[in-house]
Design a protein around this ligand. Structure first.
Ligand code: S3P
Length: 171
């Protein structure tokens, strides 16, 4: 069995919430890449985007992906843009099973509408944001070992489904 579980998906798909519960139930360590980048730099994501730019943020993401491949027994919640850099996915999948938390656009918007911590959403209008969603969807799909539908599903049933996939993968 591969040693880490990597959750990918668009902003607001529930990677952190689901990841925490999954890690808890499996007795694994939970790592949130955004949180780790923020605490390492002692800056919020918003600040990083404003002061260093998106390009610099992507580089922080890349270095962290490289670092995480050396570790094991982790459930990793990635940032929604992790799939933009193919190298990230190479690093992460080296030692991990990739699970795509697939959500429809409406569910995403409902979840993140009042979020103050997502610069890409704040900077854009809904139409551009929808285009971003459409552009990224095939990338999440491409890198996924498994796809789990999260819209209209309760967190406990999502976690249960992921655990079944992990079990299947271990055989
Ligand atoms: C981003 C998603 C965010 C965060 C950053 C960029 C993206 O993470 O990494 O704001 O490009 O989709 P979440 O997916 O946890 O919101």
């Amino acid at each position: 069995m591969k040693l880490n579980v990597i959750l990918i998906g668009f902003m607001g798909s529930g990677k952190s919430t689901i990841g925490k519960k999954l890690a808890d139930e499996l007795g694994m360590e939970f790592v949130d890449m955004d949180e780790l980048i923020q605490s390492t730099l002692n800056m919020s994501i918003k600040q990083i985007f404003q002061e260093q730019g998106e390009h610099a943020f992507r580089e922080h993401e890349r270095l962290l992906s490289k670092e995480l491949r050396k570790k094991s027994n982790l459930v990793i919640a990635t940032g929604g843009g992790v799939i933009l850099e193919p190298q990230n996915m190479e690093f992460l999948s080296e030692n991990g099973m990739i699970i795509y938390l697939k959500s429809d656009f409406k569910t995403i918007i409902d979840r993140i509408e009042h979020s103050a911590s997502r610069p890409l959403y704040e900077m854009d209008n809904t139409e551009n944001f929808r285009n971003l969603f459409r552009f990224r969807e095939p990338l999440y799909q491409k890198y996924a070992d498994y796809v789990i539908q999260v819209s209209n599903n309760h967190i406990s049933s999502i976690v249960k489904k992921i655990k079944q996939k992990i079990k299947k993968n271990a055989k």
